[in-house]
Design a protein around this ligand. Structure first.
Ligand code: SF4
Ligand code: SF4
Length: 445
């Protein structure tokens, strides 16, 4: 630990330096490793890299005089940052043996910031605190065994490397999911420590219950204990139309993967960019979303995927995020957030659109005292169809509702309902569907 160290945000005016005790790594120290020799240089075959204007850019142009043609300012000329865009099959400096030409000729420290810090270069900024997690794509990260420590992901070594040249100030500023952002960060660090202790738990449900213990104060969505976590899991399987008997929970390597990745995915959920307009998701609800990913991963395994990796989980998380959000509230009453619009048109066949409408009406009622019905109950009846249609319907509903559903118990009520899109064709379609309750739909045409 190097307490005196600080990371400069290059280009910030007035100058900003973040001390070590405000740098928060949301993964276990030494937990990940990677092998650039066998990887095939994935990260050098992506979209490019970033450079500082001035000395760094001049050094690259000295090596490759024609490179300037492919560089452009990242946002404004004054931010001191350039993007160099790669073309397939890879970076201008990538050698035939998949090694970086800059590093081969001038050493590791000469590489651009993007490449030096990769894959631990996913930065978030809040209240002069830096939240660090691994990049979600490209690098095929491996997870160290219990008791092993990999130098490539050692927190202090990474902090030293960040401090050496500073990092660019153009990083994502986040809006923590709860008002006390400092508490959120510190408690999520506690979950990192917990994940290190729970690498050998028998099932993810056990770790989900342990996460809830850390967030005891927020019990509205919590699974409280192992039995509650398992029963929530059964409910999700039922709504998805799956059969629990076809799943084989408790694969140790999958559970360890999920436990290790939990703090990283929680950071994705709990620290959205300030620009995000979606309703905040509580820490306990984040736990539930991760329980659903664990389940979806089991569905993937039951569908023939034998090997699960870091990228399997990040891809599932990305692809299923709206559905995870929806399913995380299955046994709760929900309401539409004040002032939000329900998105339309609903994708899929007309029968699904009708079901969607009845669901919208049910949720509107559940926003009024005395008409409470849990989301699972509202979803349960209309989803009792053929399996493919059921899943397509659930995914469509999830996309329409993402970011606008909140727990009804939070006091939110629907004040204004409108439609995101309201073409004449959509209106005529609605006439066919024969919507009886005009509180739901207002169409101007
Ligand atoms: S993707 Fe990861 S393992 Fe592959 S070359 Fe880049 S840093 Fe190395
Ligand atoms: S500069 Fe080097 S490490 Fe960075 S993308 Fe190019 S070849 Fe890869």
């Amino acid at each position: 630990m190097a307490p005196e160290l600080s990371v400069r945000l290059r280009g910030s005016e007035p100058p900003v330096a973040i001390p070590r005790n405000r740098i928060h790594f949301l993964f276990g120290s030494g937990r990940f490793s990677y092998d650039c020799v066998t990887c095939g240089a994935h990260c050098c075959k992506g979209f490019g890299y970033q450079l500082r204007t001035g000395d760094e850019f001049e050094e690259h142009v000295r090596r490759m005089p024609t490179l300037a043609v492919f560089a452009e300012h990242s946002s404004s000329p004054s931010d001191g940052r350039l993007s160099v865009r790669n073309c397939p099959p890879g970076c201008f400096f990538l050698q035939a043996d998949n090694r970086c030409g800059v590093q081969v000729d001038n050493g590791y420290e000469a590489k651009p910031e993007t490449c030096r810090l990769f894959p631990f270069n996913s930065f978030r900024l809040f209240d002069n605190r830096l939240i660090v997690s691994p990049h979600l794509s490209l690098c095929p990260l491996s997870i160290a065994g219990v008791g092993e420590h990999r130098a490539q992901s050692d927190h202090d070594a990474l902090a030293i490397e960040m401090a050496r040249a500073g990092i660019n100030r153009e990083i994502t500023t986040v809006r923590p999911a709860i008002a006390d952002g400092r508490k959120l960060i510190e408690t999520e660090e506690e979950i990192v420590r917990l994940s290190e202790q729970c690498l050998d738990v028998a099932s993810y449900s056990e770790f989900a219950a342990a996460q809830d213990e850390v967030w005891r104060t927020d019990e509205r969505h919590s699974t409280h204990d192992r039995a509650a976590a398992a029963s929530f899991r059964d409910l999700v399987v039922e709504v998805l139309g799956g059969q629990t008997s076809k799943l084989k929970p408790g694969d140790p390597s999958l559970t360890r993967l999920m436990v290790t990745m939990t703090p990283i995915l929680r950071a994705e959920i709990l620290f959205p960019p300030v620009t995000s307009a979606d309703a905040p998701i509580s820490p306990a609800r984040a736990t539930r979303m991760l329980s659903v990913i664990d389940l979806v991963a089991e569905f993937a395994r039951a569908s023939g995927m034998a090997a699960m990796t870091y990228h399997t989980i990040t891809r599932l998380f990305h692809d299923f995020k709206p559905l995870l959000e929806l399913l995380s509230m299955l046994d709760h009453e929900v309401a539409f957030r004040d002032g939000d619009r329900i998105r339309w048109p609903f994708p899929g066949p007309e029968s699904s659109a009708r079901r969607y409408l009845s669901l919208v009406r049910g949720i509107l009622k559940s926003g009024r005292p005395g008409h409470e019905r849990a989301l699972g109950e509202l979803l349960g009846t209309p989803t009792s169809g053929e399996l493919l249609e059921r899943v397509a319907y659930l995914k469509g509903v999830a996309r329409c509702f993402t970011g606008i559903l909140v727990p009804a118990s939070s006091g939110s009520r629907v004040r204004r309902m409108g439609w995101h899109h309201h073409s004449r064709a959509a209106f005529q379609r609605w006439m066919v569907i024969n919507l009886p309750d005009d509180r739901i739909l207002r169409v101007r045409h």
